[in-house]
Design a protein around this ligand. Structure first.
Ligand SMILES: Nc1nc2c(ncn2[C@@H]2O[C@H](COP(=O)(O)OP(=O)(O)OP(=O)(O)O)[C@@H](O)[C@H]2O)c(=O)[nH]1
Ligand SMILES: [Zn+2]
Length: 367
């Protein structure tokens, strides 16, 4: 009979959140599934001593996304990911060079690499998803071990059974309002900041409500993705800062609106990875190519978050301030009606003309 006692042990979501912290510190986690167990570490945070300890337990395999494998000219037999055998004697530097494209142009030949073809790649795929969600470079080292459960227990490692974590990785963590308070701003006296916190220990997101918008009418809305460089530093490489201020100004003028400030820095790859992308852009790659060379998709944001917050605030229809048709489609598919697209064209500089042209050419942004 199942116990009705409340449990003190962390559930799957809580263990996933803990695992993200572990991976960022270079601590291995144990993943189980398909009748086997594997130790998983993020290559970015791997130290030589840990690699030596892992090697003593089994033959390491490197999991990379197909995007990164393409740059490395390695076949991705599993479609979306590649599994590469880590030869004897190869250390953390070799692994980091495969994970990080910073020196690709200077040192183009890393191989020959032996990609694995047989066996299941489910654990590798889950490991990469987890490493990405920890905002690390998408490269994970996996070592098959015989007694995963015992190993986890003896070493206090986080245990992640695939059947438990896959549904959690796929779903959007519910967000809950924490607090809201009045904030008079230059753009609008009647401002109010709402804080939303996800259940999975992830980033909080903010909603800035201007005036008291009528919930029965489409609200003037902006889904703004965090851009530290543009919003705070006044970067000339993008148009985010001017877009943020123009959106608030228009809401102030109309007397009503809602701006979601979503902490999805760098289109969801995190600030460190965005800065890696900027380094690649200085080597001549455009914004999309840079993401791909790092092993990411063009856009890793989860737009369900924005729709979820709007719904929680009582909105079901928007006049969306955007030039990105994908945002409109995502809102509609998440049950938020887009009554109108309101263009937001501000902040063109000599330095961001190429960036904006690439968004129009490759990401479908409207000019
Ligand atoms: N990975 C990456 N992210 C970037 C880059 N430049 C800006 N960003 C991020 O892109 C996000 C803004 O997305 P945009 O594509 O400019 O705009 P959008 O929000 O999709 O579309 P609009 O609603 O039309 O502005 C922010 O999270 C920025 O941090 C870049 O070169 N690489
Ligand atoms: Zn920006």
């Amino acid at each position: 009979m199942p116990s009705t006692r409340p449990t003190l042990a962390p559930n799957a979501i809580e263990r996933l959140s803990r695992a993200r912290g572990d991976l960022r510190m270079g601590v291995p986690v144990v993943m189980t599934g398909d009748g086997r167990a594997m130790l998983v570490v993020a290559v970015e945070a791997l130290e030589p001593e840990r690699l030596a300890a892992l090697r003593a337990l089994g033959q390491p395999e490197l999991a990379l996304t197909a995007r990164r494998a393409e740059t490395l000219k390695t076949p991705a037999y599993d479609g979306d990911i590649a599994r590469v055998l880590v030869p004897e004697g190869m250390g953390v530097e070799w692994l980091r060079a495969l994970a990080d494209p910073a020196d690709d142009l200077r040192v183009p030949l890393k191989g020959p690499l032996r990609a694995l073809r047989d066996g299941s790649s489910d654990l590798h795929r889950a490991a990469l998803q987890l490493v990405k969600s920890a905002h690390l470079l998408p490269a994970a080292l996996l070592v098959p071990v015989a007694h995963g459960l015992a190993l986890a227990e003896e070493n206090s490692l986080t245990l992640l059974p695939l059947v438990e974590i896959m549904p959690e990785l796929a779903r959007m963590s519910p967000l809950h309002p924490v607090v809201n308070a009045r904030l008079p701003m230059q753009a609008a006296q009647a401002g109010r900041v709402h804080i939303f916190r996800p259940e999975d220990g992830g980033e909080e997101h903010y909603a800035i409500e201007i005036g008291r918008p009528d919930r029965s009418q489409p609200v003037l809305a902006r889904l703004h993705s965090a851009c530290f460089t543009g919003d705070v530093l006044g970067s000339l490489k993008c148009d985010c800062g001017p877009q943020l201020r123009a959106a608030l100004a228009q809401m102030g003028e109309e007397g009503a609106g809602v701006l979601l400030y979503l902490n999805q820095e760098g289109r969801g790859i995190g600030l460190a990875n965005k800065m890696r992308a900027y380094s690649l852009q200085d080597q001549g790659f455009d914004t999309v190519e840079a993401n791909h060379r790092l092993g990411f998709e063009d856009d890793e944001r989860d737009f369900r978050i924005g729709a979820g917050i709007l719904r929680k605030m009582g909105f079901s229809a928007v006049r969306l301030l955007t030039n990105n048709p994908k945002k409109m489609a995502m809102m509609e598919s998440c049950g938020i009606a887009v009554a109108e697209r309101v263009p937001l064209k501000v902040g063109l500089t000599a330095q961001n003309a190429g960036y904006l042209a690439t968004k129009a050419a490759k990401s479908g942004h409207l000019l």
